[in-house]
Every structure is written in structure tokens, then in C-alpha cells.
Design a protein around this ligand. Structure first.
Ligand code: SF4
Ligand code: SF4
Ligand code: SF4
Length: 182
């Protein structure tokens, strides 16, 4: 059990209150899910080592809340989720995320919740095999991007991009890698 007079948890509470002011969700249930598990993962600056589904809580809270039940995995129509080391991770190697939100709806732990960012935090990088590097014309990834986040000279607007994976899938020479935004 956590005591909300604790400074660290007060910071977490403020963080989630910002969401609560914009979204109608159960505050009691949110904290039960987010802060109801093991204390061992509650490190404020935990960075994602692997990609998570969209709508995931901040990593240190996600690690505490996700119990690896796999309900989100079963709910995902695109089969891009899997359980690894007892937590759900995202794999956009063979498909993309449509941000349908079914994973979040399935998560009773609220490790995933529609109130959190609809962003996988993955961002594309372009490899030397990209044919634009050999001065050939190609607009496949630009046209595939539903957010118009890729410019003609392959600059990616990190604020527009939501890490859906459409660009990676569209590249016929496999010159795009999605990596976690640091
Ligand atoms: S449904 Fe929630 S608790 Fe279960 S594996 Fe997915 S994220 Fe974790
Ligand atoms: S938002 Fe939809 S497509 Fe994306 S991971 Fe969740 S269930 Fe799968
Ligand atoms: S298709 Fe666009 S929004 Fe999706 S990952 Fe690529 S750059 Fe980002």
C-alpha cells in the first residue's frame, strides 16, 4: 500500500490529475491499477527498454501495473502485441497499429488507458539502403503516412508522428527502422 503523502506518489498523482481534468475516468480505479502492484518498478525515470502498446502509462507506472495477463494481446485485431518477461510489448515488424484502443479497453489494470497518449513512441529512421540516397525518386513512405509526418527530404516531424508503423511496412527495400524515441 502506498501513502500519498509520499512525495514521489504526489508527483504521480499530479501527473494523472492532469489527465483526469480532460478525461472522464475513474480516479479510484486508475490508482488501484497503477499503484496497486509491486513497489519494485516504481523508479521515476524508468525508460522504455522495449516498445509498449499505445495508451500505455509512463514506464515506471506501467511496469508496476501490468501483470502480463495477456487480455490486451487477445483483444488486438492486428496481432502486434505479445507478452515478454511478464509484460506486454509491441512488435510492429509485420503489421501496424490502428490506434483502435481495444488493448486499452481490455486492460482492467489500467496499465493501458484511453486517457494516456495514443502514441507508441516509436519513430522511423532511414537506412542507407533507402533509394533516395542513390538519388532515385520514391514517395512510398510519405504517401503511406496517415499523419503527413514525413517531408520529401525524409525529415520526420516527431510531434505529428505517432509511431503507427505504416511507413516501415510501406518501404519495399526495408530501409526504415522504427526505434524508441529517446
Ligand atoms: S491487459 Fe493490461 S495488465 Fe494485461 S498484459 Fe495487457 S497491459 Fe498488462
Ligand atoms: S490500439 Fe488497436 S491495433 Fe493498436 S495495439 Fe491496441 S488493440 Fe492493437
Ligand atoms: S507512417 Fe507516419 S505517423 Fe506512422 S510511424 Fe511513420 S512517420 Fe510516424
Amino acid at each position: 500500500m502506498f501513502n500519498f503523502t509520499d512525495k514521489k506518489n504526489q508527483k504521480d498523482e499530479r501527473y494523472y490529475q492532469a489527465y483526469l481534468s480532460h478525461h472522464v475516468i475513474s480516479r479510484r480505479n486508475l490508482f488501484r491499477g497503477i499503484l496497486g502492484g509491486s513497489e519494485k518498478h516504481l523508479q521515476q525515470d524508468a525508460k522504455r527498454a522495449v516498445p509498449r502498446p499505445p495508451f500505455a502509462a509512463k514506464e515506471h507506472l506501467f511496469l508496476n501495473a501490468c501483470n502480463g495477463c495477456g487480455d490486451c494481446v487477445s483483444a488486438c485485431p492486428n496481432s502486434i502485441l505479445q507478452i515478454s518477461e511478464g509484460k506486454v510489448m509491441l512488435d510492429l515488424g509485420y503489421s501496424t497499429c490502428s490506434f483502435c484502443g481495444r488493448c486499452a479497453d481490455a486492460c482492467i489494470q489500467q496499465a493501458l488507458h484511453r486517457a494516456f497518449r495514443a502514441d507508441t513512441e516509436l519513430r522511423p529512421t532511414f537506412l542507407s539502403s533507402c533509394i533516395q540516397h542513390s538519388h532515385q525518386s520514391c514517395e512510398c513512405c510519405q504517401q503511406a503516412c496517415p499523419k503527413q509526418a514525413i517531408s520529401p527530404d525524409l525529415q520526420v516531424d516527431p510531434l505529428r508522428c505517432n509511431g503507427c508503423g505504416e511507413c516501415q511496412l510501406s518501404c519495399f527495400v526495408s530501409a526504415i527502422r522504427l526505434t524508441l524515441d529517446s
